[in-house]
Ligand binder design. Structure first.
Ligand code: TRH
Length: 389
């Protein structure tokens, strides 16, 4: 037995492909495992500059630093920091692990040592096949075994990331009506109690032009809160040169006010979602956080080749609408599908339908988290999975 057998830490490797979803998901998981399970977590990230957008305190030039009980390490090539095998090795979203890591666990295996439980954390999907693939082993040429870990919405999958106290905190925030104070803290001006507030964190789509025109000419005052980033590219016809937009700016056009926000840390973004009447979210992590925010939302799913993402969208919508009144479910689904397909005028009646159904959709959104979580969240199931491995 080598000395390395005694290391109990977990390593999570994350390659930032584009956007913030890969790092967003792994950072949430790392924080939760450290806080709720007292685990020593090493989060290896190849792009610290991107990470700093959602963790502003991070120093992109520092190779090793700790926040919220997680040791964040720079994953460069060749690896400057030594990798020491721990209890668990997670490769996020099939990222290719560094050669040093593979060599190290292979040598350990060949020497008869105890190798880490090796998992590939997959993307979230509500499709049926996920249940059958969750947990399956894949035998590597080296003789090592890697398991596929699939997050999901049913009890036969790997579950969904949700911190133990999150829903209680969110409920307290909403019942004590902290949103106007929060908007003030963010420096947003002119939002009154009865105004409609919508957050926007999407990819580019012409649907936004149509919705903005609708909000502009409606009866109700609408505030659109837009963190700097890709959504702004779709607001050019509305507010002009969006490349020059700075956080803190706001543009009022008839009944619509667009507020440009800075990106905040994840806790700040959660609070934004909890504070809005409606959220437009994207990708994987903001999509899930909008569900925990218990408010109606549109999901702009990450586009994939041959429109595969639309299959994933349909699978989720079918699950989400399972016990929603059919007429409302139909309008909400068509609104989501249309938004993802860049629909324009067709969205107008759908938005109106969804707005009229806002109280029903909000009630539905409040019931959803317990249905989605089933018996346990992802971290709880993951810790159990490792114990059983
Ligand atoms: C707007 C905002 C977001 N965030 C966080 C929330 C999330 O953790 C993260 C955004 O991630 P997502 O919502 O998943 O959207 P994304 O588009 O950034 O990420 C995507 O990346 C692709 C590579 C993946 O394949 C997709 O599945 C998806 O995850 O940014 C903040 O922390 N502060 C902010 O102000």
């Amino acid at each position: 037995m080598s000395n390395q057998d005694h290391h109990s830490h977990w390593d999570i490797f994350c390659a930032v492909v584009d956007n913030y979803g890969d790092i967003g998901v792994t950072w949430r998981l790392a924080k939760q495992l450290a806080k709720e399970y007292g685990l020593e977590i090493h989060l290896w990230v190849d792009d610290l500059a991107s990470f700093a957008h959602i963790l502003p305190k991070l120093d992109p030039n520092c190779p090793s630093q700790s926040f919220e009980g997680v040791c964040i390490k720079h994953w460069d090539e060749p690896l400057s920091l030594a990798y020491v095998p721990g209890k668990v090795l997670i490769e996020a979203f099939a990222c290719e692990l560094p050669a040093e890591v593979i060599n190290s666990i292979t040598a350990l295996h060949q020497g008869g040592g105890k190798v880490p439980v090796w998992l590939n954390l997959e993307y979230l999907s509500a499709e049926d096949w996920v249940e059958g693939c969750h947990g399956l082993p894949s035998l590597q040429r080296s003789g090592l075994k890697k398991h596929f870990y699939f997050p999901g919405f049913t009890h036969k999958t790997g579950g969904l990331i949700c911190e133990a106290d999150l829903l209680t905190k969110r409920e307290h925030w909403q019942t004590t009506n902290q949103r106007l104070d929060y908007f003030n803290q963010l420096g947003l001006k002119g939002i009154n109690t009865d105004d409609t507030v919508i957050s926007l964190f999407s990819y580019e789509t012409p649907s936004l032009e149509t919705l903005c025109q609708l909000w502009r000419t409606g009866e109700q005052k609408v505030h659109l809160l837009v963190p700097v980033g890709r959504s702004l590219n779709s607001l050019k016809t509305l507010i002009g040169d969006t490349a020059a937009c700075q956080p803190g700016q706001q543009f009022t056009l008839d009944k619509l006010t667009v507020h440009i926000l800075p990106m905040t840390d994840q806790q700040g973004y959660d609070r934004l979602l909890w504070s809005c009447d409606f959220n437009i979210v994207r990708g994987e992590d903001s999509f899930l956080r909008a569900q925990w925010a218990a408010r109606p939302f549109i999901w702009h799913i990450y586009p994939q080749e041959e429109d595969y993402h639309l299959i994933k969208l349909e699978a989720f919508m079918a699950l989400y609408c399972h016990n929603l009144a059919p007429e409302i479910a139909k309008a909400w689904k068509m609104l989501n599908l249309g938004f993802n397909q860049g629909a324009q005028e067709e969205l107008v009646p759908l938005w109106q339908h969804v707005t009229n159904a806002h109280p029903v959709l909000t009630q539905h959104a409040q019931n959803w988290p317990s249905d989605a979580l089933n018996d346990a969240d992802l971290a709880t199931r993951l810790v159990q999975f490792v114990k059983n491995s």
